[in-house]
Ligand binder design. Structure first.
Ligand code: 45D
Length: 163
């Protein structure tokens, strides 16, 4: 009997990281943001971007301070613009950051969401099926591969006029 499953197998593909990355990039901005959020809540304790992350954050400080000045609606719009690669001042400031700094930036925003400085995801929010399946697949990767997927996810968000 043929075996079928809706779950994305991480052994089924020669390169699960590339496969998951391309699926992730084809999600809507809402799903991408939700997926990042739930990845953060699952990985939270294991990531803590210690010294290197903290040092990089000086480059993202202006961007982070900008978020503190925004209303929840403006924050949501700015994050959607990042995910949609819309040309905006925030997207341009983000676009020139290095990839690990971009990750560190998202990490800080996630912490600000936890404290309520940035618009929180409602506790009842449920992701779409495709996003849930991707989160599950990411959860079954090794830690290093998870970081690579996240790095890929945030690398080409934002707007870089020279790219
Ligand atoms: O109401 O430097 C929805 C290391 C719709 C070391 C929404 C590292 C419904 C070197 C869209 C859901 C490699 C470890 C609302 C660094 C609704 C180094 C809003 C790595 C409100 C940096 C959704 C660091 C929103 C790593 C607003 C791995 C979602 C960092 C926002 C990982 C989601 C960071 C956010 C991660 C998610 C951050 C802000 C996973 C952030 C995730």
């Amino acid at each position: 009997m043929a075996y079928t499953t809706n779950a994305i197998s991480t052994t089924q593909f020669a390169n699960p990281v590339a496969d998951i990355t391309s699926r992730l990039k084809s999600l809507s901005a809402t799903d991408q943001l939700a997926l990042l959020w739930f990845a953060y809540t699952q990985m939270g304790k294991s990531i803590t971007p210690a010294a290197p992350g903290a040092a990089r954050l000086q480059f993202a400080e202006g961007l982070i301070n900008g978020f503190k000045e925004m209303s929840y609606d403006e924050q949501m719009q700015a994050m959607r613009d990042l995910a949609n690669k819309v040309d905006s001042p925030v997207s341009r400031a983000y676009g020139i950051l290095g990839t690990n700094t971009k990750l560190a930036f998202w990490y800080v925003l996630a912490e600000m969401m936890v404290e309520g400085t940035v618009i929180p995801v409602p506790t009842y929010y449920r992701m779409s099926e495709p996003a849930l399946r991707l989160l599950d697949a990411i959860g079954r990767l090794e830690f290093g591969q998870q970081i690579t997927v996240l790095r890929n996810a945030v690398a080409d968000m934002g707007f870089d006029p020279l790219a």
